[in-house]
Design a protein around this ligand. Sequence first.
Ligand code: AMP
Ligand code: MG
Length: 349
Amino acid sequence: MRGFIHILENVFKYLILFLLKMICLGIESTAHTFGAGIVDSEKRVLANIKDSFTTEKGGIVPAKAADHHVEVCDKVINEALETAKLSIKDIDLISFSQAPGIGHCLRIGAFAARSLAMFHNIPIIGVNHCIAHLSIGEMLTGATDPVLLYASGANTQIIAYEGKKYRVFGESLDMGVGNFLDSFARYIGLGFPGGPKIYELALKGKKFIELPYSVKGMDVSFGGLLTNLKQKFDSGKYRVEDLCYSLQETVFAMLVEVSERAMAHCGKNELLLGGGVACNKRLQEMAKEMCKERSAKCFIPENEFLVDNGAMIAWQGILEYSAGKRMSIEESVILPYQRVDEVVVNWKD
Ligand code: AMP
Ligand code: MG
């Protein structure tokens, strides 16, 4: 009998959530950023707060980034609630980035989400971070069936929805483009994140220096290019501004080339940018130019939603929960290596 009442209670709760506006708190913690976003089912972003682990020298040390997340998680979540003028009691759903990412970091977000869900008896749902980038882009820009150029720190992938799944049509065979930029920046004495610093130097570059252009089929790689750049830097024969300018021209051309090929292959005429590297104005310019040439549309969300953020996790939670996906606390384990095509898509079509 108690079981039956429990089922009835749940049915009633879900019915109310379905009929009423749903508010979701999304927690992001795949890598350097701990973010908390609050989004409602009417597509309003009520808060999007983040605090990122940065260093003056060196890259992300997983344990240190996780320590950072532990330190800031209360503050970030509370600030999101204050910004949205809500209390935790107003939250109908808690979503968190379940995959993919650095295990140390993912664990902190999952722990925070689980604690809040259990303590306040709120449903929980874990989502795939890469798909969340695509969904928030669609929600904000009106793109309907885009190819996503996901250019972030750890990930560089060309993702699109085909045959009822998100699929990777091209990707980096070694490091993410952001990690490549950060590695070179670190080598020449700039801090983390290096992408914006390289961008500033590139603006002062005048001369194009030929660099290895590494596109293999639909994939790209940056390792050889990084070694070549380090050698050129060490030789002292080149201006650092010219190296930064040339590396941007080269790697962004590689990314735009494979994006275009994926669009042609899938017969899609929308390109969506996502990931921190997509904040780069030169990459945006090149992507727009390519789209213009093939009469396609180029969608670029605001920087706040390109970088890792909690709002996209919240929106993805709403999409999946509204479509009927449920997750128990036991199921809310982190999946550091999950790929987008492993995700069962229940919210499209
Ligand atoms: P994400 O992992 O998506 O948050 O993106 C982080 C990466 O974006 C880091 O590697 C940064 O160096 C890079 N990034 C941020 N802003 C820019 C920019 N304006 N140009 C190039 N890279 C950038
Ligand atoms: Mg990301």
